[in-house]
Ligand binder design. Structure first.
Ligand SMILES: NC(=O)c1ccc[n+]([C@@H]2O[C@H](COP(=O)([O-])OP(=O)(O)OC[C@H]3O[C@@H](n4cnc5c(N)ncnc54)[C@H](O)[C@@H]3O)[C@@H](O)[C@H]2O)c1
Length: 307
């Protein structure tokens, strides 16, 4: 057996955010077209270990990601992405932490491109941890930023993120704070990327027109968004089955009666329906599904196995 191993540095050099966004967008369209066989991921020890398999029918390819998560450790997310094809004996193994941040950014880029105001240029991100840089890069790739505000309970983390991203943001105004409400009052896009277990802001803190991405909560006990925001917004999710199992905010809003399951639109369906004037706030909630990792792994396979 021949195995090609891809490090974080090799992944970063090989795949741009723009390519990742396009690959993940096509992945969601393939999902709607029934191209994937994808069980809901297996979570062990209350989500400390995750196993995510997926098979893509027409390419005869499969990807399995294993993750170990520990938010008291740096990096918090580690593991492997393994790519296989029916017609090949060689395999590709990539750094799952790097693939995860890239594909989690990429899906936010896809959703923001579809749902945010075309003129959006002001982003507030809440949470300046491991996922944050690619969240900002993804929004910047689809809505070039004029203003970025970074909010974190740890001000040092917020400053470090701004410092790291400054060279990539083409002169955008950069701000940091630990106070969420003023930071989301007059903004076009909000990204939530925290480990919070209760809503980060009240619905009334947001402007009338805003697009909110929330990728943080991945267990029923975690929440970043309030029920009334979900009740009053167009809500797009990555995958309804995964969301009903893992998204604390959606589970809470369903249990409280704030929303019904019919209120959830899957990203793939929203993409095939096309861009519209949604006329109200839009929310994209993602817990992360294996087709996103498959999409990045396929780019790597094209470049490193066939390239
Ligand atoms: N949806 C997905 O596909 C996906 C993928 C990867 C990670 N995640 C999840 O995203 C979350 C963030 O991941 P990470 O790797 O960046 O974690 P991290 O621990 O590196 O960073 C989280 C940051 O959020 C900050 N924070 C926590 N609570 C806050 C609050 N109430 N207000 C402001 N800041 C707060 C922390 O100080 C920290 O800087 C985790 O829950 C992780 O499991 C989701």
């Amino acid at each position: 057996m021949t195995t090609t191993t891809i490090s974080e540095r090799e992944l970063r050099e090989a795949v741009s955010m723009r390519e990742a966004i396009d690959a993940v967008r096509h992945g969601f369209i393939d999902l709607v077209n029934g191209e994937f066989e994808m069980p809901v991921r297996t979570a062990l020890n209350d989500g400390q270990f995750l196993v995510m398999p997926v098979h893509h029918r027409s390419t005869g390819s499969a990807m399995i990601k294993t993750l170990s998560l520990n938010f008291d450790r740096t990096p918090a997310i580690t593991g492997t992405v393994v790519w296989s094809e029916t017609d090949r004996v060689d395999h590709l193994v990539a750094d799952a932490g790097a693939v995860t941040t890239l594909r989690t950014g990429a899906v936010v880029g896809v959703a923001t491109d579809l749902l945010a105001d075309p003129e959006a240029a002001r982003l507030t991100i809440i949470g300046a941890g491991g996922q944050a840089p690619d969240q900002v890069r993804a929004v910047h790739a689809v809505r070039p930023l004029r203003e970025l505000t970074v909010v974190d309970v740890d001000p040092q983390r917020a400053r470090a993120l701004v410092h790291r991203l400054e060279p990539e943001l083409d002169g955008a105004g950069l701000h940091t704070t630990s106070d969420i409400a003023p930071a989301v009052r007059d903004v076009d896009v909000v990204c939530c990327a925290t480990t919070a277990t209760s809503p980060l802001f009240a619905e009334s803190a947001l402007p009338a027109h805003v697009h909110v991405n929330a990728i943080g909560a991945f267990r029923p006990t975690m929440r970043e968004l309030p029920d009334d925001l979900l009740a009053s917004s167009v809500v797009v999710v990555d995958d309804v089955d995964a969301i009903l199992e893992e998204s604390g905010e959606i589970i809470h809003a369903l249990e409280s009666g704030a929303i019904t399951k019919d209120a959830l639109t899957e990203l793939g369906h929203a993409l095939t329906a096309g861009q519209g004037d949604f006329g109200k706030r839009t929310v994209f909630k993602s817990v992360g599904i294996a087709i996103q990792d498959w999409a990045i792994a396929r780019l790597l396979a094209d470049k490193f196995l066939r390239g």
